[in-house]
Ligand binder design. Structure first.
Ligand code: PMP
Length: 452
């Protein structure tokens, strides 16, 4: 058994971490997470940490679920792998496709499987372009996305994303992707009512379509709530207007529900809660509660008909598209969600409870706004509550708060000075209390440090 120090040295010597400042990591060493149960992680020093982010927004049904372990074990013994290319299939992928058609909105009855959320977004980019080309409109190529969106880390996923600095490395974006502004009322809409701001931001889509030409635009893509960008919950006026514009101009609407799907917002899928009817929907993360990698693109009857009847062969797919063990775990996970009525629980009880407790943090001297829906929430750290003026960037307020949280036993994420949480859907009221108490204590410590 290695000591923490030994793990850290080996890690720093050999492991290039994703999304990590290598120099900072080498100075400090990584925190080694060794096991987990329910909503708690444990590190190599035996310290317990409440996982306020459900891993990376994915461990919805919590850690250590025997039902999921059993499903994986059974499938590994039965058939650990077979591919889906060239007219083959296996029972778990067929079962999962059928189950997804049942739990997703009624017009989404066709599934293309991938291995991750990023691969879903690569798939939709190629699929919508291929769809329009098959309809004799090969110039409809442009995908409209939004600044501060996150759609993954593959070349297409990162090009669709719009987070400042994060996605520019490596010569991105690829051509044919344009961005409009995000519906971030707190950060960019001060002085306007939320309603007006939502309409103004949605109408940027119309302006962009008219500027580029309807015959050039294939689709609009958006996360119902921008997650990694800081839990940007659009005003109520936003999504209906986006839907109206897409319908009016015949532009395909793609909902990236990689974070929002599978109960996070108190609906099976956030599109239902926001009243939109996407032509394509990207799913990953919560599909297996993070136990195994898997992604799924839900395709509407209309688009599937076009692809099947006019598209011919769709030359796209991955070795791990619809991996049988991942599919078996996804089926078990969805059945577990159904058995425990987890989505209803998020909608009716634990979601409102978390939102009520989280909103109490609004009285903290550092907090300019709290917001949230279901079991996802954010707060904005500000220097001046009256004007919502931020701390200077070099104060690193968000990172400071995140570090205090982490050292005190809570995983909370910082996006600039926006603090976000997205705990497992199985969190209890007592654990929500613990989460909010730890967050408040960390805000106190942050305030003290930034004053000093
Ligand atoms: N879309 C969204 C909305 C995401 O949040 C993420 C991951 N955070 C992705 C796509 C990419 O998924 P993956 O990391 O599984 O490729």
């Amino acid at each position: 058994q290695q000591t923490t120090r030994e793990w850290q040295q080996l890690d720093a010597s050999h492991h290039l971490h994703p999304f990590t400042d290598f120099q900072a990591l080498n100075k400090k060493g990584s925190r080694i997470i060794t096991k987990a149960s329910g909503v708690y992680l444990e590190d190599s020093d035996g310290k317990r940490i409440l996982d306020g982010m459900a891993g990376l927004w994915c461990v919805n049904m919590g850690y250590g679920r025997q039902e999921l372990v059993d499903a994986a074990t059974r499938q590994m013994q039965q058939l650990p792998y077979y591919n889906l290319f060239f007219q083959t299939a296996h029972p778990p992928v067929i079962e999962l496709a059928t189950l997804l058609a049942e739990v997703t909105p009624s017009h989404l009855n066709h599934v293309f499987f991938t291995g991750s959320g990023s691969e879903c977004n690569d798939t939709v980019l190629r699929m919508v372009r291929h769809y329009w080309a098959s309809k004799g409109q090969p110039d409809k190529q442009v995908i409209i996305s939004r600044h501060n969106a996150y759609h993954g880390s593959t070349v297409a996923g990162a090009s669709l994303g719009g987070m400042k600095g994060m996605h520019a490395q490596g010569g991105l974006p690829i051509p044919g992707i344009v961005h409009i502004d995000q519906p971030y009322h707190f950060g960019e809409g001060q002085g306007m009512s939320a309603h007006e701001f939502g309409l103004e931001r949605a109408r940027q889509l119309e302006q962009k379509i008219l500027e580029l030409g309807v015959d050039k635009v294939a689709a609009f893509i958006g996360e119902p709530i921008q997650g990694a960008g800081g839990v940007i919950i659009p005003p109520d006026s936003y999504w209906p207007e986006i839907q109206r514009i897409c319908d009016h101009y015949g532009i395909l609407l793609i909902a990236d529900e990689v974070i929002c799907g599978f109960g996070r917002t108190g609906h099976w899928f956030a599109s239902e809660g926001f009243g939109i009817k996407p032509d394509l929907m990207c799913l990953a993360k919560g599909i297996t509660s993070g136990y195994l990698p898997l992604g799924a693109v839900m395709v509407s009857d209309r688009v599937a008909k076009g692809l099947v009847e006019e598209g011919g062969e769709f030359n796209h797919g991955f070795t791990y598209s619809g991996h049988p063990v991942s599919c078996a775990v996804a089926v078990a996970n969805i059945q577990l969600m159904q058995k425990e009525s987890i989505v209803k629980r998020v909608h009716d009880t634990i979601g409102p409870y978390l939102q009520r407790r989280w909103a109490e943090l609004a009285d903290h001297p550092l907090v300019g706004e709290t917001r949230g829906l279901g079991l996802v929430a954010a707060l904005e750290i500000v220097q001046d509550k009256q004007t919502n003026r931020r701390f200077p960037a070099q104060a690193n307020a968000g990172m400071t708060c995140r570090e205090f949280c982490f050292n005190n036993g809570l995983v909370m994420r910082a996006v600039g000075d926006t603090m976000i949480i997205s705990p497992p859907l199985v969190i209890t009221e007592e654990q929500v209390d613990e989460l909010v108490d730890l967050a408040r204590r960390s805000l106190d410590l942050t305030a003290e440090k930034l004053k000093g």
